[in-house]
Design a protein around this ligand. Structure first.
Ligand code: F6P
Length: 345
C-alpha cells in the first residue's frame, strides 16, 4: 500500500486569535477530502529545527475553533540566524516524511517560508497577524478580534474619563503599521489617533485634547506603540533585539500623556492594552477568515501550487506568491489617515 501524503503544520511569531481555526480547517479538510496525514510542528520554526512534533488528527482538531492561542505553540525562532539551521530543517522534514508544509504566520514566519521556498522546501503560507500589515491580502485574521478588544476598552475608558474629567491615552499594538490604532480610534471616537506612519506634533495633539475637553467631552487618545514624535525617535523599552531584529516597544503612551498634561493642565492617564489584544477567543469574522484560509491552503497543496500564500481579496480567497506578501509591509496610506483626522479635536 502506498504511503499517505504527510503534511506538516506550524504556527510562528506572536500568537493571534484564529490560529486554531486555521489548523482545524487544514487538518479536517486534508484528512476528509484528501486522505492526508498530519504532523504538527511545535513552537514555530523551532519545531522543524529541533524535531519537536505533535500529532494532528480529526479528534484533537475538534472543539478548538473558538479557542484563542495555538494548540501548536509559537516562538520567534529564526532558522536563518542559527548556524546550520536551514539544513537541520530540511533534514527533519525528510526524517518525518513531510511532503509539504503549511506555515501560519506574519512577516517574520512567512519571510522564513519565502526563503525556504527558494531553497526547495515545499511550503504554503497563511497570513496571520493582529497588525494586519502583510501585503497582498486585504486582511489578516486576528486583526478584527484585536480591534474589537481595543474598541471595547476605549468605550469603557470614555465613561470613566468623563466621570473624572480626565484625558486617557490608550496605547495599542502596531510597531510599523497603525492599522489597529486607525480602526479602533475611528470606531472608538478618539480625540486623536497616532500611528507609526505619520509623525506627530505634540503641540498639535495637546491643542486637540484641549479643544475636545473644552467641548465638555473627556478626550481619549489612541496611540500605536510605534508612533513617533516629530523631531524624535520611537520610544523603546530596552534595546534588546529578538531573533528577527525587533526591539521591545511600549512607552510612547506614557510619554504622550505626560507631555499633554504639561501643556494643557488636564490630568492625563495611560492604559497599555498590550497582550490583551492578542489573547482570547476570535471574533466570528476571524473564525470564518481563518477557516477559509485553512481550506484554501490545503487545497493549494493538493493542487501542488506551492510557494504561495492564501489571501483575501474583496470577498474571495485567492493564492499569491509568498514573496509578494513579505517583500514589504502594508502600511496605512496618508489618505486613509486623513479620513480619521477629520474627527480630531
Ligand atoms: O506581531 C504582532 C505583535 O503583536 C506586535 O504588534 C507587537 O509589537 C509584538 O507582536 C509584540 O510581540 P511579543 O509578544 O513577542 O513582545
Amino acid at each position: 500500500m502506498a504511503n499517505k501524503t504527510r503534511i506538516g503544520v506550524l504556527t510562528g511569531g506572536g500568537d493571534c486569535p484564529g490560529l486554531n481555526a486555521v489548523i482545524r480547517a487544514v487538518v479536517q479538510k486534508g484528512i476528509k477530502q484528501y486522505d492526508y496525514e498530519f504532523v504538527g510542528f511545535r513552537d514555530g520554526w523551532k519545531g522543524p529545527l529541533e524535531g519537536l512534533t505533535m500529532e494532528l488528527n480529526l479528534k484533537n482538531t475538534q472543539g478548538i475553533l473558538s479557542q484563542g492561542g495555538t494548540i501548536l505553540g509559537s516562538s520567534r525562532t529564526n532558522p536563518f540566524k542559527i548556524e546550520g539551521g536551514v539544513e537541520k530543517i530540511k533534514e527533519n522534514l525528510t526524517k518525518f516524511g513531510i511532503d509539504a508544509l503549511v506555515a501560519i504566520g506574519g512577516e517574520d514566519t512567512l519571510g522564513v517560508a519565502t526563503k525556504l521556498d527558494a531553497l526547495g522546501v515545499k511550503v504554503v503560507g497563511v497570513p496571520k497577524t493582529i497588525d494586519n500589515d502583510l501585503n497582498n491580502t486585504d486582511y489578516t485574521f486576528g486583526f478584527d478580534t484585536s480591534v474589537n478588544i481595543a474598541v471595547e476598552a476605549i468605550d469603557r475608558l470614555h465613561t470613566t474619563a468623563q466621570s473624572h474629567h480626565r484625558a486617557l491615552v490608550v496605547e495599542v499594538m502596531g510597531r510599523h503599521a497603525g492599522w489597529i490604532a486607525l480602526h479602533s480610534g475611528m470606531a472608538g471616537d478618539a480625540t486623536v489617533t497616532l500611528i507609526p506612519e505619520v509623525k506627530f506634533s505634540i503641540e498639535k495633539v495637546a491643542s486637540w485634547v484641549k479643544s475636545r475637553f473644552d467641548q465638555g467631552i473627556a478626550p481619549i487618545l489612541v496611540v500605536a506603540e510605534g508612533a513617533i514624535p516629530a523631531n524624535g525617535d520611537m520610544v523603546t523599552k530596552d534595546q534588546t533585539l529578538d531573533a528577527f531584529g525587533h526591539v521591545k516597544l511600549s512607552g510612547v503612551g506614557e510619554w504622550v500623556a505626560s507631555e499633554v498634561e504639561k501643556r494643557t493642565g488636564i490630568e492625563t492617564r495611560t492604559v497599555v492594552l498590550g497582550h490583551i489584544q492578542r489573547g482570547g477567543s476570535p471574533t466570528a469574522f476571524d473564525r470564518v477568515l481563518g477557516t477559509r484560509f485553512g481550506l484554501e491552503a490545503i487545497t493549494a497543496i493538493h493542487d501542488n501550487d506551492l510557494g504561495k500564500m492564501v489571501a483575501l481579496h474583496g470577498t474571495k480567497i485567492e493564492r499569491v506568491p509568498l514573496i509578494s506578501a513579505t517583500g514589504e509591509l502594508k502600511v496605512v496610506k496618508p489618505e486613509l489617515y486623513a479620513e480619521a483626522e477629520v474627527f480630531f479635536g
